[in-house]
Ligand binder design. Structure first.
Ligand SMILES: Nc1ncnc2c1ncn2[C@@H]1O[C@H](COP(=O)(O)OP(=O)(O)O)[C@@H](O)[C@H]1O
Ligand SMILES: Cc1ncc(C[n+]2csc(CCOP(=O)(O)OP(=O)(O)O)c2C)c(N)n1
Ligand SMILES: [Mg+2]
Length: 311
């Protein structure tokens, strides 16, 4: 593989790397001015996410493979959070010229490592040279039923999480200290695993993925639905992951509830579900929906901590 390749060469490479055997209704894929996909009667969900060097990742911590995989995870999580099935991706990448063919190859393989699991096809994108790396992925997904929006939470609903958040924030705290263990939290930060919320999607009245932190994302549902969400410390502590995370936080002199409540990027799912649909198969029961005006409480008291904010 050449160290530096022309734009046309890179696109040819991407065409090969993203060539997939999935049927998926792609009539024109990579290589023309636009992609053509066969429409059917389903509604489409569209979402875009970007990852910018130094803001979302550091090159010394993450390989291009991991950067591609993580953004794909974030992006597909948004499609699942709407109750849809992801189908197509458009990938825009800005990279430096250094080793550009290797970088593009690794990014593409990282994207495919997640996309392939969900039978999602990359149908196009864009390339640019840049001083710092940035990546933007647009996902299109199909809705077979009704979209699960943030405004559907009802007073009396139970609040479920697909898993305990905070692992990614713990990993970031470890990396920031120049450490690389425990491995499971570093992995959670650099290479989060996406699990489709199949059971929650069937019953949720409202749902979102946790990208900016539990309080912030629960707050989005609470505000959109015109309710309060009351989280329970005791229920959050019941999760299998809690004990190890709490030990790690105390070793580092951090508050484990800072990680759980405000750490972002786990891409787990938060959903509210009618009480008559309660089931252990839905994940962790962590709270309930109460009458109110958009506040997130912990054991009845307002949480003052905020989640991740770009500005
Ligand atoms: N630059 C933008 N232009 C238009 N819409 C935007 C822009 N940035 C964010 N949005 C919209 O604002 C809403 C919330 O965005 P965001 O907080 O990034 O959601 P998420 O955490 O799901 O990625 C979404 O509907 C998103 O499409
Ligand atoms: C170098 C570095 N510093 C800080 C973070 C933490 N961080 C960056 S963005 C973010 C929140 C999620 O990103 P955003 O672009 O807001 O995702 P979205 O809500 O749009 O899905 C977090 C927790 C990181 N991942 N890497
Ligand atoms: Mg966003």
């Amino acid at each position: 593989m050449p160290l530096i390749e022309s734009e046309a060469g890179l696109i040819e490479r991407l065409r090969d790397l993203f060539h997939t055997s999935f049927e998926n209704g792609v009539e024109v894929g990579i290589g023309d001015d636009g992609a053509v996909i066969a429409a059917n009667n389903n509604k489409l969900v569209a979402t875009v996410d970007m990852a910018v060097e130094e803001i979302h990742f550091k090159r010394e911590w993450s390989t291009p493979f991991q950067i591609g995989a993580k953004l794909t995870t974030a992006n597909l999580a948004d499609v699942f959070a709407m109750g849809a099935t992801p189908k197509y991706l458009l990938v825009a990448a800005a990279i430096t010229e250094v080793n550009n063919s290797q970088t593009v190859t690794d990014l593409a393989n990282g994207i495919r490592s997640v996309a392939d699991k969900f039978k999602v096809s990359v149908i196009g994108g864009d390339l640019s040279k840049s001083e710092k790396m940035s990546l933007s992925i647009t996902a299109l997904g199909e809705l077979s039923g009704k979209a699960i929006t943030r405004d559907g939470a009802k007073v009396g609903d139970l609040v479920y999480l697909s898993a305990l958040p905070g692992l990614s924030a713990a990993g970031l705290a470890i990396l920031t200290r120049g450490l690389n263990r425990p491995k499971y939290v570093v992995e959670a930060h650099l290479n989060p695993k996406l699990v489709a919320p199949n059971n929650l999607m069937k019953v949720a009245n409202s749902m979102c993925d946790i990208s900016d932190g539990l309080v912030s994302d629960a707050g989005n549902i609470a505000k959109a639905s015109g309710v309060n969400i009351d989280l329970s410390k005791e229920l959050l502590q019941k999760s299998d992951d809690y004990k190890d995370l709490a030990e790690l936080a105390s070793e580092l002199g951090e508050d484990v509830f800072d990680w759980i409540l405000t750490g972002g990027e786990d891409h787990f799912f938060l959903a509210t579900v009618s009480a008559d649909k309660a089931s252990d198969d839905l994940g962790l029961l962590v709270g309930k929906v109460e009458a109110g005006s958009g506040v997130v409480n912990l054991d009845g008291k307002a949480i003052t901590k905020a989640g991740y904010q770009h500005f």
